[in-house]
Design a protein around this ligand. Sequence first.
Ligand SMILES: [Cu+2]
Length: 119
Amino acid sequence: MYVLNLATRRQFGLLLGAGLVSPLAPKPLLAHDGPHRLEVEISKFRFSPATLTLRQGDSVIWTNRDIAPHSATHTDGDWDTGEIPKDGSAEIRFDTVGKFAYFCVFHPAMKAEIIVESQ
Ligand SMILES: [Cu+2]
């Protein structure tokens, strides 16, 4: 009986250690401590970074460093910064998890993507 009990307690302890059980165990701290604003620079007809990964609720700010106007326009039409003039910026908040390809309506060869991960 004692041995069984010890085994059970040890097992429970291991599960606790792995953070799998018990409402008594403290929740692990989230690495993501609130919404962030991430930047994409548009320069020399390129989005940089071309792939940006963020968390649900984060925003992206595109800034145009070219003389030509650009846009960041979702390929499926769900969102669009509209025209961003030279030295202008536009911000969009992402609340939906997924992978979003986008391009510039003025220069359709300019392509990039946003990856939104869950909180
Ligand atoms: Cu463009």
